[in-house]
Design a protein around this ligand. Structure first.
Ligand code: PLP
Length: 456
């Protein structure tokens, strides 16, 4: 190991931190398709969206031409509590693999919420406060987004109402208590508090809920209370914009080292960390200034990119959100109950969907037992206990490093380590007890779900 080559960790100084987010859509010649009003099937207007979302966030959502959007001072200050995040050279993983590849990862788990979600939560809470709102509503699946948002709301003095998918609410009581400690009100979804929740409970008695269902409840709660708006932690273009802080910092750190990655890898649930990580690199590729390979990694049990359709679909079960053109498995698709590894959303960011459709990015689906094997290998040599979601990226980073070994190539690989896995110990326990299986949906199962796509 030649440790004097580059440092184990590269940090930016406070003076080097980005002061503007990068809007990747500005550099796309063919833009993502517009969001449609689910009633009229016409492109949604800012006015329609402002009933549901904060005004400034609507402006960001619809802006696909401004390259750089300044990060408000208050948000920059909050970022300094937990940023910059380190760019780490995985010397010990390289040694364990015996690969000539140079592996780097950008670690986003160094904050109480344990993931990159805080990058967007603080921005969204800031704009809600600036608009004079009382509070925000949201959904959370595994709980990372709800935790991040409750931290941000506590900081800005906003009320925070979280609809948490019922099976997580029951399986992850500690996540729930972290949110409550930050002052959030947490409701298991589907609940009896909303019309849509009552309808879902009636149609599917005993259901343990889904993200799509919790989104519908949170949207209804926002539009039926004065001074509240709905916020979302992934999928939307505004969230990718805020997450560009990850890629901007990574790019600046690489520039400091005089290193250029060949390959950038990230896990993809709704696409926000991946979209943020690749943003400045993809920008260079789009402008013809440099070339990179990008790989999105998704679970084989929820394969939106690799087996989904590129079509307009609903973002939620209750069909209250705008229609988005994206790679989707259908809004009714719910991954098998044995799937423990996160990344269970049926759709994907419209921006990433368009880039994938233009073949500017690759995608790979991986099975969860191989994901946990990668997580275990990584934890034992690099020390960090990774989130199952992040471990999808680790799996493919390892596979690519082993390919480099076979081909005798010293490629530089960057992957996003989005968070830590301390609240995922039930999943790790299943893996350790060899009780974890793999599930791959059948073509028939997917066809049934595609049949319910809206006709647009
Ligand atoms: C939410 C989450 C993801 C997936 O969300 P994206 O929007 O696809 O980034 C990945 N990793 C962690 C740790 C998360 O909390």
């Amino acid at each position: 190991m030649n440790t004097d080559e580059v440092p184990y960790k590269t940090y930016l100084t406070e003076a080097e931190l980005p002061t503007a987010w990068y809007n990747l859509r500005a550099d796309m010649k063919k833009k993502p398709a517009p969001l449609l009003n689910p009633g009229t099937l016409k492109p949604v207007t800012a006015e329609e969206l402002e009933h549901v979302f904060c005004k400034e966030l609507v402006r960001q959502e619809l802006d696909d031409t401004t390259q750089f959007i300044p990060i408000p001072d208050e948000v920059q200050k909050f970022y300094r509590m937990f940023r910059p995040s380190p760019l780490i050279r995985a010397y010990f993983l390289e040694r364990a693999l015996g690969t000539p590849a140079k592996i780097y990862y950008k670690f986003e788990g160094n904050n109480t919420s344990g993931s990159h979600k805080l990058n967007s939560a603080v921005a969204q809470a800031y704009y809600a406060k600036a608009q004079g709102l009382k509070g925000v509503t949201t959904e959370t699946g595994a709980g990372q987004w709800g935790t991040a948002l409750s931290m941000a709301c506590a900081f800005f003095g906003l009320d925070c109402q979280v609809y948490m998918v019922k099976c997580s609410y029951e399986q992850k009581p500690f996540r729930r208590e972290v949110m409550r400690t930050y002052g959030a009100d947490v409701t298991p979804s589907p609940s009896m508090k909303t019309k849509i929740g009552r309808a879902i409970n009636e149609a599917h008695p005993g259901t343990t809920g889904s993200l799509g269902c919790a989104i519908s409840e949170a949207v209804e709660a926002a539009v039926t209370q004065d001074g509240y708006r709905y916020v979302l932690g992934s999928v939307l273009a505004q969230v990718l914009l805020h997450q560009s802080i990850i890629g901007l910092e990574a790019k600046a750190a690489f520039d400091k080292l005089g290193v250029k990655p060949d390959l950038v890898i990230g896990c993809a649930g709704g696409g926000s960390n991946l979209g943020g990580l690749i943003a400045p690199f993809m920008g260079e590729k789009l402008r013809g200034e440099a070339d990179y390979r990008f790989i999105a990694v998704e679970p084989a049990s929820c394969p939106s990119f690799t087996r989904g359709r590129y079509a307009y679909d609903f973002c939620d079960t209750g069909k209250v959100c705008p229609l988005q053109k994206m790679y989707t498995l259908g809004h009714d698709f719910i991954p098998s109950a044995n799937h423990a590894g996160g990344l269970r959303y049926h759709g994907m960011s419209a921006t990433l969907s368009e880039l994938y459709d233009q073949k500017l990015m690759e995608a790979r689906a991986v099975e969860q037992t191989s994901v946990f094997a990668a997580a275990e290998q990584f934890a034992r040599v690099e020390g960090i206990l990774p989130a199952p979601e992040s471990s999808h990226a680790i799996r493919v980073a390892i596979d690519e490093a082993l390919r480099c070994k076979e081909e005798g190539k010293a490629e530089t690989i960057l992957f996003g380590l989005t968070g830590t896995g301390y609240f995922d110990m039930v999943a790790y326990q299943k893996y350790n007890d060899r009780e974890m299986g793999d599930y791959i949906p059948s073509d028939e199962e997917l066809a049934a779900s595609f049949a319910k796509l809206p006709k647009v």
